[in-house]
Design a protein around this ligand. Structure first.
Ligand SMILES: [Fe+2]
Ligand SMILES: [Fe+2]
Length: 343
């Protein structure tokens, strides 16, 4: 490992390829995180007092427990990665944003653990696809891979799951808890959106190709994770295709925003990845209930023409104060420049 030195240039964001407006948004992520931090113990206790101890029939409890165990370990992965980013990112504003994320993820981890405990579910090891997905992000060998993997590929899918679980009101404590998570996660996606362009700009063609191959691997793991949890989602009345299609639309929009923010032609690789994921999804989770030959015909069709997504889906949700009444904000933000959109 390279010897650590004091990074005197950390305030010169331009020297890292980070534009002033992106740097301001990143700095604001930290201050917003500080202002909107919630007390996990107090929030969970209050929600249990209000809605009662989570009580589900055994089959639903096991299904919900299996799906949210992946979320719990995902929060740990996010915690570890953001702590690494807080250490490794040099520009001051990006370091601030990653530091605040690490603080949020620690809270998400212990609150999810305590929630599963209250539900009476003992987290078990998660299945292979999800394990490979999380471990691939945890072991990513570059900052760009960590940011792309966690902030732009895993978090948008988690955000979609939180939203759907909330809408379906599977369990009232969890329904009321989700907006607290969503509000924090929306800030985390901002770190990827604002900092990845600066990293990509400075990458060689070989590094970009490596990133592309990495993205390809993660996409496969994501599709198979969805496939494995399909039965559990069905039991919870969550349509698996809605989950993956909305998650992919969010990912696609996020990647498009990153690539279009500078002059790099990323359309073709992104289209390729997208088409591949669409095809795998159609094969493993068909939109229609058909026999195998019908399914293969439709898969072939998707391979040639792709799927169309609802591109009106926002990358991150807008969560209001009324949905998170237990956040005791400390008055007005003290950030010097309040011009960004981070939650
Ligand atoms: Fe999180
Ligand atoms: Fe997060």
């Amino acid at each position: 490992m390279a010897k650590r030195t004091i990074p005197y240039s950390m305030f010169d964001h331009a020297s890292y390829g980070l534009e002033a407006k992106n740097a301001r948004i990143l700095e604001r992520v930290y201050h917003k995180g500080n202002k909107h931090a919630w007390d996990g113990k107090q929030v969970l206790d209050t929600l249990i007092e209000t809605h009662g101890v989570p009580n589900l029939d055994d089959a639903t409890k096991q299904a919900l427990g299996r799906v949210f165990s992946i979320i719990m370990w995902g929060e740990l992965a996010a915690w570890k990665i953001s702590a690494e980013l807080a250490d490794e990112l040099e520009p001051f504003e990006a370091k601030m944003a990653a530091t605040s994320q690490a603080f949020d993820e620690a809270r998400h981890f212990y609150v999810m653990h305590d929630y599963l405990n209250a539900l009476g579910y003992e987290p078990e090891p998660i299945h292979k696809g999800a394990k490979k997905l999380l471990e691939s992000v945890m072991n990513a060998d570059s900052l760009a891979k960590k940011l792309l993997g966690m902030q732009l590929m895993v978090e948008p899918v988690a955000l979609t799951l939180f939203h759907v679980i909330k809408e379906l009101d599977v369990e009232p404590v969890l329904t009321a808890l989700m907006p607290y998570y969503e509000r924090d996660e929306a800030r985390h996606v901002a770190l990827g959106l604002q900092y990845l362009p600066a990293l990509l700009k400075r990458m060689s063609v070989r590094e970009r190709l490596e990133l592309f191959a990495y993205q390809f691997r993660l996409l496969n793991y994501e599709v198979f994770t969805n496939y494995y949890i399909m039965r559990d989602l069905d039991l919870l009345n969550v349509p698996p295709r809605k989950l993956i299609d909305t998650g992919k639309a969010k990912q696609f929009k996020a990647l498009e925003e990153v690539f279009s923010s500078f002059n790099m032609s990323a359309e073709i690789p992104t289209m390729f990845l997208d088409r591949w994921a669409d095809t795998l999804t159609e094969l493993t989770m068909p939109t229609r209930d058909e026999n195998w030959s019908g399914r293969l015909r439709r898969t072939w069709d998707v391979l040639r023409h792709g799927l169309s997504y609802d591109m009106n889906v926002p990358i991150v949700p807008t969560i209001t104060d009324s949905e998170t009444p237990l956040i005791h904000s400390t008055g007005k933000s003290r950030t010097p420049r309040n011009r960004s959109t981070a939650a």
